[in-house]
Structure formats: C-alpha cells, structure tokens
Design a protein around this ligand. Structure first.
Ligand SMILES: Cc1ncc(COP(=O)(O)O)c(C=O)c1O
Length: 396
C-alpha cells in the first residue's frame, strides 16, 4: 500500500483525547476535555425539541440561516460598538474550531508566519501545520501570563502575516486588558498583520476582569477575524455551532472553505439556537455567578491542600503546579493521577512552546458533588505525598 499523506503525519491525536480515553479506561473523573457536566438552559432544549416537528431538516444556505445571522449580528454589534451586517459580515460555522481552520485556510499561504502566544490552545499549531504556516511563539510570562512588548514586536518584525489571540485564554485563564489589546492593535496595524481571535470563553469571566473584543478597538475590525461559538456560553459543546465575524472581503473567502468542509452547520440546531443569542444580560450574569462559585469551590480545595495553581481571570481551567510531587514528567504524573487517584487532567507540556513540565490543567465545569469528590481524591494524593507513598516515576 502507498503511504498516507505527508500532512497526516504532521501531528498525532491530541493529548486531551488521549487523556479522555485513559480516563474512561480507569473510570476516572475527567477534568481533561473541557465541557460542562450540566445541561444547557431549558429554553434551548425546548427549542431543539420543537425543531423535530418542523420542516427544518435540509441543507440551508452555507453561511447560515437569516434569523441566526441577524441574532449574531445584533450580539456582535453590541460587543464591537459598530453595526455588523448580517448578510455580509457573519458566517455560521461548525463550532469555532471550523471557523478558525477555515479562517487560516483563507488568509494564510504555506510559508506564512503566524504569531501564537504560549501557552496556547493546541488546535492553533495543528491548524498552522495543516495550512503550512510557520508559528512564531511569544511567551506569556509570570503569574499573570504577560507578554513582553519588545518580544511581540520582534515577532511582527519577522514578517508575521497574522496573530492568533485566544481571549480569554485556554489554558492559562488570562483575560487581556485594554492596554494589552491596544499594544497588539498598534503592532498589528504598524506591521499590517491580521488578527484571528478565539473568544469562545467571552462570557466566562471573573470579577476584576472584563472581556473586550479586539475588533472593537479603533481601526481593528478591518483586520480582525473573530471566531467564537455557542459551545461554552450556552453549555452546548455537542451542538457544534459557532460563528465568524469579519469584514466582507475576508469573510467571503472564509465562506468558500466553510462550504467545502461542511456545506452548512446543522439546520435544526441553527433554528433552535436563535433565541439564545438574544438572551438578556441576566443570563450572562447568572453564568458568571455559577462559574465563579465553581472556581471558588475547586481552588479552595486546592488551597486547603497547598496545591499551587494560577488564578484564572476567565475560562473554566486551572493550571496546577505539581512540582512538589517530584515528578520530572508532567505526562507521567498525569497518568499516575488517572490510574491511582481517578482524576484526569492534561499534562501542561502540550500547551507550551517552551520546555515546561510543571503543570497539569484541570477544568471545573462540573457539578458540585463531582468537584467535592475530586477534592477528596486530591486529599488522598496529598496524604500519600506526606507519608512518602506516591509511586516513583516510571517512564512510558
Ligand atoms: C480556546 C478554545 N477554542 C475553541 C474551542 C472549541 O470550540 P468549539 O466547540 O466552538 O469548536 C475550545 C474547546 O475547548 C477552546 O478551548
């Protein structure tokens, strides 16, 4: 048999999926792949149920149904502080994931350079590999994961055609301040680069931080492609509905790739989703309240055991520092956690361009009793550490 494509050998299955498989094998609590354990709003479930009895079961225009694009345009107009034209500047995608790869396919050529802040969400590097683009990683440093302006400018100077901005950031929970966004905006304009933003956690934000869409900054809508989705905001990661907002000249190219990849996003789900996009401020305030309580429950349990961690400003992820357990490999420690303690997390190294082995990422979008059970399992781990009972590191 002839070899499969060279492209298919550029990357392996994601570690997150691998940890999920391991988690299932050992019946562990899965805090690796980030999705809510709880249901979406009842209104969405009812809307979906109602769709079964309508005539909405066939293909629709590839950029999405009118009602949904209008609802998205209304929402994004508020967020960007400008009027978004539903027929020209909005595309309904199969999750933000498809929006991002279609965007990168449309804007980047093989050999083009793209700036990615590290730590980063894996799929950006995989997309870059598929497109043939070369990532330039810029480190986010210190407790607050800040970038150095000079290092960022150096990356632009290398001729980057685009920058990917995950805001709020998975895995480090960073929410970019207006000042930081202004630096990015200034450099993007100065070096004539595009910015692709991933804003899927835009509504999972904690007190003291505020999510600002880069496209809302003066002169930035023109060069920004905003990718986001319903997945996290409405707890429907399995619906696979996302949307891209961008100026028409860019969006019409993205539409072509979206058409080739998907034809269109699932029709009944598009209809069922329309009302959610028009939820009032109270919905988002309640979402914030729920996640704040979960974050506090989870991080308090870590604090009680002196397990060091970052303080996320947004998202439902925490990076725990596992240095005190004495493992050299975070992967081996993550495997131990699944097998012996029934907790699945993601070894941090797969989010870092730098050589980093200190972290395990956990998500806390879980029911309270699950989080309490995780706390008990961490307690057992900590007791074993105190009594010198943690199995020594094994390779492989
Ligand atoms: C940063 C980030 N972007 C995108 C996605 C995927 O979003 P979607 O379900 O809209 O494809 C995830 C999922 O975990 C994510 O963490």
């Amino acid at each position: 048999m002839k070899q499969l494509s060279t492209r298919s050998r550029l990357f392996t299955e994601s570690r997150i999926r691998e940890m999920t498989i391991l988690s299932n094998k050992y019946s562990a609590i899965n805090l690796s792949q980030g999705f809510p354990e709880f249901d979406p709003p009842a209104e969405l479930k009812k809307a979906l149920e109602a769709q079964a009895m309508t005539a909405h079961h066939q293909y629709v225009p590839n950029w999405g149904i009118d009602d949904l694009r209008s609802a998205i345009a209304e929402k994004q107009s508020k967020s960007f502080g400008r009027e978004i034209i539903p027929d020209e500047e909005v595309l309904v995608t199969v999750g933000s994931t498809e929006g991002m790869i279609s965007t990168m396919m449309s804007v980047l050529d093989p050999g083009d350079k793209v700036i990615i802040f590290s730590p980063y969400y894996n799929s950006y590097a995989l997309n870059a590999a598929i497109v043939g683009a070369e990532p330039i990683f810029v480190s986010l440093k210190g407790r607050d994961f800040k970038f150095d302006e000079t290092e960022l400018e150096d990356a632009f100077k290398q001729g980057a055609k685009a920058l990917i901005l995950c805001n709020p950031s998975n895995p480090c929970g960073k929410v970019y301040t207006r000042t930081e966004l202004e630096v990015i905006a200034r450099l993007a304009k100065q070096y004539d680069a595009y910015v692709f933003t991933d804003e899927v956690y835009e509504h999972i934000i904690y007190e003291g931080s505020r999510h600002i869409s880069l496209a809302s900054l003066p002169g930035m809508f023109e060069r920004t492609v905003t990718c986001t989705s319903l997945s996290k905001t409405y707890s429907v990661t399995g619906w696979r509905l996302g949307y891209v907002t961008a100026p028409f000249e860019i969006l019409e190219q993205i539409r072509k790739f979206h058409d080739v990849f998907t034809v269109c996003a699932p029709t009944p789900l598009q209809y069922a989703a329309v009302n959610a996009l028009r939820f009032g401020d109270d919905y988002y305030a309640e979402l914030q309240r729920v996640y704040t309580a979960k974050k506090e429950r989870f991080t308090k349990a870590l604090d009680a055991l002196d397990i060091a961690h970052n303080e996320p400003q947004g998202t439902y992820f925490v990076l725990t520092d596992i240095s005190k357990y004495g493992y050299k490999s975070d992967l081996e420690f993550a495997k131990l956690l699944v097998k012996d303690y029934g907790i699945a997390g993601v070894p941090g190294f797969c989010f870092f361009a730098e050589n980093e082995n200190r972290y395990i990422r956990f998500h806390f979008a879980k029911n309270d009793d699950t989080l309490d059970e995780v706390a008990r399992r961490f307690e057992r781990l900590e007791n074993d550490r105190i009594h010198g009972h943690i199995p020594s590191e094994q390779k492989g």
